[in-house]
Design a protein around this ligand. Sequence first.
Ligand code: SAM
Length: 286
Amino acid sequence: MQNLSNIGVIKDILNRHGFSFSKGLGQNFLINPSVCPRMAEMGNAQPGWGIIEIGAGFGVLTVELAQRADKVVCIEIDSRLLPILDETLADFHNIKIVNQDVLKVDLAGLIREEFPGMKVAVCANLPYYITSPIIMSILEAHLPIESLTVMVQKEAAQRICALPGSREVGAVSIAVQYYAQPKILFPVSRGSFMPAPDVDSAVIRLDIRKEAPVSVVNEDTFFKVVKGAFSQRRKTLSNTLSSSFGVSKNQANLWLERAGVAANLRAEQLSMEQFAAIANAWEQNP
Ligand code: SAM
């Protein structure tokens, strides 16, 4: 088996296949040999489990996952990588490559077909240009998965894991934490990739919640409140919610009063329970 973290091996593959990295597809491949084994181990790759990987690259993480889990299905958009993966993954019989855009794949159907009777986790070094859409589409689909372990930009990791009520919190923190319990596992420097990106990274794990942390009458309204409240984070709820829901400030103040939340607070000061109370008060009396 080739050592896919070795620069000489990578350069040989690049030359023989005439491959060039696509910036547009977020192709920064891992060359730090300590990262993929740690990601696979902390990402639930183990006997009895099926793993979905997003973006195989040359397969450096894929082989670590396949050595530990029962089966790996890897979704890779770039068809130029297929002949390379035929070569680098040739020793494995428990890997399937799906040549598609992950945002267009029916993941619920894929899990039913590919992983019957197995526990399932997602583990990936995500293409940074679509980190949030990928994470949110997986969470919103309520897939039968246990965890998502992903490499993201350091700032995105901090934002996702920021606690409600903290200065760093944003709409994405609340949205992710509604579905999962996030944790930063370890940092990864920019020099761990080829080509090196302009930013450092971190691996995070989102453990999917079995039950939502707050009781919400209508999830769409809850997320509209969260998005609206953070749309202008320096402004008060009275301002942000009146403009995002198209009501007068007076109506917004009455609505917030019914929810038991002070109208002069800003989004970053709210708890998950307060966001839920605002959304539920709207549902009772829009
Ligand atoms: N796993 C490899 C590694 O760690 O070296 C590659 C990671 S690289 C950051 C991201 C990978 O995602 C690339 O192989 C890229 O072609 C692929 N990719 C980009 N957009 C994608 C999409 N929409 N659907 C599936 N794969 C995508």
